[in-house]
Design a protein around this ligand. Structure first.
Ligand SMILES: *[C@@H]1O[C@H](CO)[C@@H](O)[C@H](O)[C@H]1NC(C)=O
Ligand SMILES: *[C@@H]1O[C@H](CO)[C@@H](O)[C@H](O)[C@H]1NC(C)=O
Ligand SMILES: *[C@@H]1O[C@H](CO)[C@@H](O)[C@H](O)[C@H]1NC(C)=O
Length: 450
């Protein structure tokens, strides 16, 4: 979204498509392990392109006939690595080590690799603050650390990462991938989290409760434990920005609309449909006016003429509310406010993430500042809005609506060469052309005749 680091990561084209699978079958062990271990080596083993996935398919089919599936890693995504371990799996919290113990009769060399369980794989900036996990597949021995607690439930291990508190990152990098990963366990997975500030866990506790009936296990603060599970997933699956690709889910069983439903239910939000306007003069009879929430930003990409915009919206028939989605604010209260509204207006930024709390049928109006941000704006909030059953209007500001136009002559490079750069994200405020923007607000009204 809006961080400079993201821009950098957007421009990084990673050519390698990596797949790894470690399927332990007594006969084919050594062959398979060649592809299963340290990630650095994997990068060298596989070349780019479709060949690697073909190799993977073949390995998988070949060994499925021969033995028990114990460990499977998918490193093909550009956003996250995910490994799944089944059997006797022990999570040692003191040094964040996960060991999968093999039956002693299986003679195999011990294999281990390190991974960062956070869905922002190529973003060194945030990964710097992600606790590394050592995963080790090793023959059982009397020296293996004993369990302090044993569970029949599965576990999911993940890190909240370095952008905690930026609501967009909280949802796109952590909460939605967690929903994707944990859904199939139907609220039964233990959530083992690292790098989570206590306020972060409090803020999202209702949603985390919706994802698992068990209390979250904060790995950084329960470090004396060795937790044992029959099934552990390390890392979170990622589909697309702020959303879910239902085609990739098991049998299409869950969707972004399902996530939004869970989010609303978790925070006790009651409205499941936006207002439905009638055509023509019938609206005079309508018991209330459609509510429009304008999300204000204080320092960057701020509206400079909020009063005039609110007035224009009121003239069109909206009840207008201006709200500020502050960091670490009272999320339950803000979620209730958002849920009470029918239209959400905001400049591209993390505050728009609150759209997950809108009732289906509501409309999101995203104001896109100068700077070649349209495609990113659509990916971050436009597509997800559609996936959640919301309508969407994208309003790209004209040059004259950017405060950059006050700083540079009209033919200046900055106003013409609009390639995505951080100066556009931090260097401009927005003075909406009220007449022009009223068009977008009218369009939102039309969409409420759904
Ligand atoms: C982690 O701690 C366990 C239990 O104390 C120990 O057996 C193991 O060797 C440690 N692993 C590493 C990599 O330090
Ligand atoms: C990582 O942690 C350090 C020290 O706590 C902090 O100064 C830095 O801002 C963090 N980085 C990110 C990306 O949050
Ligand atoms: C944008 O508006 C905010 C709040 O008024 C102000 O602090 C900031 O300096 C402005 N930025 C620019 C680039 O005009």
């Amino acid at each position: 979204m809006v961080t400079d680091k993201k821009i950098i990561s957007l421009t990084v084209k990673v050519g390698l498509v990596l797949f790894a699978v470690c399927i332990l079958a007594p006969i084919s062990l050594m062959v398979l392990f060649r592809h299963a271990v340290p990630l650095q080596t994997l990068r060298l083993l596989f070349s780019a392109g479709p060949t690697s996935s073909v190799m993977w398919e073949e390995e998988k089919m070949d060994s499925a006939n021969k033995g028990e599936l114990l460990c499977e890693c998918d490193m093909s995504s550009l956003r996250s690595d995910v490994c799944e371990l089944k059997g006797d799996v022990r999570v040692i919290l003191s040094n964040v080590t996960i060991i999968a113990l093999l039956h002693p009769s299986v003679s195999v060399r011990r294999r281990s690799w390190r991974m960062k369980p956070h869905a922002r794989k190529n973003d060194g900036h945030t990964l710097a603050n992600v606790t590394e996990v050592l995963v080790s597949v090793t023959p059982s021995s009397p020296y293996a650390p004993g369990c302090t607690a044993e569970s029949a439930a599965p576990a999911v291990v993940f890190s909240v990462g370095g952008y905690a508190g930026n609501m967009f990152h909280d949802f796109t990098d952590v909460l939605i991938p967690l929903f994707i990963t944990a859904s199939r366990f139907r609220s039964d997975a233990h959530l083992l989290v690292s790098d989570a500030p206590p306020w972060w866990l409090d803020k999202y506790r209702p949603l985390l409760r919706g994802l698992s009936r068990h209390a979250v296990i904060d790995m950084d603060r329960q470090s004396a434990e060795v937790l044992c599970y029959p099934h552990v997933v390390v890392g979170l699956s990622f589909h697309k920005e702020m959303s879910i690709d239902t085609a990739k889910t098991l049998g299409g069983h869950y969707s972004m609309a399902g996530f939004a439903h869970l989010a609303r239910r978790s925070y006790g939000l009651e409205r499941d449909t936006a207002i439905r306007l009638l055509h023509g003069s019938d609206n005079i009879e309508s018991p209330r006016r459609p509510r429009l929430l304008i999300i204000s930003r204080k320092t960057t990409r701020a509206f400079t003429n909020m009063g005039a915009v609110a007035q224009a919206a009121a003239m069109l028939g909206y009840e207008v509310i201006v709200g500020e989605a502050e960091q670490h604010s009272d999320l339950p209260a803000f979620a209730r406010l958002v849920n009470s509204c029918d239209v959400l207006v905001g400049v591209h930024g993390a505050g728009l993430t609150n759209l997950v709390f809108l009732p289906p049928g509501a409309v999101v109006v995203q104001v896109v500042p100068l700077g070649g941000l349209e495609a990113m704006a659509r990916d971050d909030f436009g597509e997800p809005a559609g996936d959640m059953g919301l309508s969407y209007v994208q309003y790209r500001i004209a040059v004259g609506e950017s405060t950059l136009a006050e700083l540079y002559p009209r033919d200046h490079r900055v106003l013409r060469d609009l390639a995505l750069r951080s100066e556009y994200l931090v260097g401009q405020n927005v003075t909406l052309d009220v007449a022009r923007f009223s068009g977008a607000l009218s369009r939102a009204l039309e969409l409420l005749h759904h």
